[in-house]
Write a protein that binds this ligand. Structure first.
Ligand code: SF4
Ligand code: SF4
Length: 103
């Protein structure tokens, strides 16, 4: 199992989580940033330690099995960020983020 970053990261994106992750599975880091709306956890690398969840100022991070119903789409989004290339990811999720009012 993995942690999942959900909606409240949009517009916050302060990266408190990045520096506490022992396996560097939260991206994009500051130097990798390409204007993404939020950060994402790589579910294949995450060891589910919970360190990120405890430092997130807006409680955007949940264990996968506890993601609230209204945020369940973010499980797929976090996975897709690592599975798809940038163009595919944008094509699939751009409208979703637009509907959220993300800038
Ligand atoms: S749960 Fe632990 S390993 Fe997974 S993203 Fe958070 S800090 Fe990293
Ligand atoms: S700590 Fe929370 S709000 Fe900040 S970047 Fe990480 S998930 Fe997003």
């Amino acid at each position: 199992m993995a942690r999942v970053i959900t909606e409240k990261c949009i517009g916050t994106k302060d990266r408190s989580c990045v520096s506490v992750c022992p396996v560097d599975c939260i991206h994009p880091t500051e130097s990798e940033d390409g204007g993404e709306f939020q950060l994402y956890i790589d579910p294949d690398v995450c060891i589910d330690c919970g360190a990120c969840e405890s430092v997130c100022p807006v409680s955007a991070i949940y264990p996968e099995e506890d993601v609230p119903e209204e945020y369940k789409t973010y499980i797929e989004i976090n996975k897709d960020y690592y599975k798809l290339n940038k163009e595919e990811f944008k094509a699939k999720w751009e409208n979703f983020y637009k509907q959220k009012g993300a800038k």
